[in-house]
Design a protein around this ligand. Structure first.
Ligand code: F6P
Length: 549
């Protein structure tokens, strides 16, 4: 297996970078009036404008060459076909099968898994329609008014971002809450607002062994029994989403209230499975399936579009261009829509838990940068938080700017103002403000020369800050499904090019192991000394305070 940095296309990009690093986008736009047409593409109503990037025709050609040389299309076909590409867990990666609306067979170990996927979808539909229709009630006969999802990571972030984003499509009178943190404050603050008689708890855990989720689930169970004095009623108010039916049964979940999924679905790729149960309860199964359809449409685009018009591939290649050639350490997600405020948190796990890796598929340490740091904020708030750095800082932050053309909350001209800011910010980041432009502004304002001399350097904007603009008509279940699948496939393509396994997460296990060891120490009353000097002193300082009561 040829090392990435030895590949012909990689070396060509390195040489090409030396030319491009001093080229300004302002000049490329001035020289080519057809730049947008060349560097934009569309899937349904989702338009990707990637013309505000530090690329020219040659750059784009070399990047697509890199994708071809890394056999991105071959690996893609392997993933969709159920090959065990998760090489450290010896598993297929088949979140795409969960939304395979064509229902063409998908085989795992010789078994077509579509029937069991459809069986769980039918179980979700039956259950959610009975809850939403008032046929399945609490043990006292009260309607279910609150759903509390207890899960963390992929068992929280996916359903959480979807429920947050799809509020306008939710059924009135049914609220969804998400508890994830083992910090007792998280569950405590949620339980203040719900009544046991009208609350349904969903224990979401692929493994049903995650410490935070089990502790929160048992605490919620205790709360329920203490308030209702009715242990038997637990079975009516707790359901489970898991691959581990035995552990769920041990918790007290009835078999008919278990919603299964499978080990070939990664946690951070699982919102399309029964992990999406809170979504289906909140929005209804029809809307949940619209979301699946949107993701399936993006899957078909990813499988069929030529690399040069393939949205996930283009996003992935541009990310690599900045990460590996411009040394950009992070990537920004600027969603100009308040419903998408949790999108950066969701994409952090999707991207950073997938591609935060150092060892390649051959077990060797990579000699290049891999996954970026993902962060972001809604627009226009981002402009009043960190856009100073974006415009005049020393660190490049390539970013995606997303916005729906239409709002569901018309309020005077506010959405139009949001759009104006959206369009203006990527333009300003691209073109900047030259010394001549800044000087002319100050002179036109009648600024005294001595003041101009003092302030002019601070009023110049270098520009040449790359952004992708992603605009679509409405933020609805179908479009959201397509956008989330778009990012899944972007992460996949980057992982293939970086030659890493994007589908395991051994790095999160080590901290958990150390925590369970230290947990034992915190309940003992003698000082600790077996750890490093910092950890020993921190624990002993805590113990001093704890036992000073
Ligand atoms: O963060 C580690 C991780 O294993 C994630 O991959 C997963 O989404 C999360 O913990 C929760 O795991 P589970 O769904 O098994 O409780």
């Amino acid at each position: 297996m040829q090392k990435l940095t030895q590949r012909a296309s990689w070396k060509a990009l390195q040489a090409h970078f030396e030319q491009m690093k001093n080229v300004h986008m302002r000049d490329m736009f001035a020289e080519d009036e057809g730049r947008f047409a060349k560097f934009s593409t569309q899937m349904d109503d989702i338009l990707l404008d990637f013309s505000k990037n530090r690329i020219n025709d040659e750059t784009f050609r070399l990047l697509c060459d890199l994708a071809r040389e890394c056999d991105v299309e071959g690996w893609r076909d392997q993933m969709f076909a159920g090959e065990p590409i998760n090489i450290s867990e010896f598993r297929p990666v088949l979140h795409t099968a969960l939304r395979n609306r064509s229902n063409t067979p998908v085989y795992v170990d010789g078994e077509n898994v579509m029937p069991k996927i459809n069986r769980v979808l039918a179980q979700m539909r039956y259950f959610t329609e009975r809850v939403r229709g008032g046929h399945l009630r609490g043990y006292t006969g009260q309607l279910i008014t609150d759903v509390v999802n207890i899960g963390i990571g992929g068992s929280d972030l996916g359903p959480h971002v979807v429920c947050d984003s799809m509020k306008p499509f939710a059924q009135r009178g049914l609220n969804v809450h998400f508890v994830s943190n083992v910090d007792p404050t998280h569950l405590t603050e949620i339980l203040k607002f719900v009544q046991p008689e009208s609350t349904l708890f969903i224990v979401s855990s692929k493994t049903f062994t995650t410490q935070e989720t089990l502790l929160n689930a048992h605490s919620a169970r205790r709360w329920f029994v203490e308030l209702t004095c009715n242990e038997k009623a637990v079975a009516r108010h707790f359901v489970a989403v898991t691959t581990n039916r035995q552990a769920a049964a041990k918790f007290g979940i009835l078999d008919e209230n278990m919603f299964e999924f499978w080990d070939w679905v990664g946690g951070r790729y699982s919102l399309w499975s029964a992990i999406g149960l809170p979504i289906a309860l909140y929005l209804g199964m029809d809307r949940f399936e619209e979301m699946l359809e949107g993701a399936h449409a993006m899957d078909m685009h990813f499988c069929a579009a030529p690399l040069e018009k393939n949205i996930p591939v283009i996003l992935a290649l541009l990310g690599i261009w900045y990460n590996n050639f411009f040394d950009a350490q992070s990537y920004g997600i600027m969603a100009y829509n308040q419903y998408l405020r949790r999108l950066p948190a969701y994409l952090q796990q999707l991207d950073m838990e997938s591609n935060g890796k150092t060892i390649d598929r051959q077990g060797q340490r990579v000699d290049y940068l891999t996954g970026p740091i993902i962060w972001g904020e809604t627009g226009s708030n981002c402009q009043h938080a960190f856009f100073q750095l974006m415009h005049q800082g020393t660190k490049p932050v390539p970013s995606d700017f997303l916005i729906p053309a239409r709002t569901r909350n018309p309020l005077g001209e506010q959405h139009t103002v949001l759009l104006a800011n959206y369009f203006a910010q990527t333009r300003a980041l691209m073109k900047g403000k030259t010394r001549e432009e800044a000087l002319e502004e100050l002179q036109e304002a009648g600024t005294p020369q001595d003041v101009i001399d003092q302030v002019l350097p601070h009023r110049i904007f270098e520009g040449n800050k790359p952004t992708n603009s992603i605009i679509f008509e409405n933020l609805d279940p179908r479009t959201l499904g397509a956008l989330l699948a778009m990012y899944e496939h972007k992460v996949f393509v980057q992982g293939i090019i970086w030659n890493i396994n994007s589908f395991d997460q051994w790095g999160v296990e080590y901290g958990k192991e150390l925590a369970s060891d230290i947990l034992q120490e915190l309940s003992r009353d003698e000082e600790v000394s077996q750890y490093d000097d910092s950890t020993n002193n921190l624990i002993n300082y805590y113990r001093m305070m704890k036992f000073s009561d």
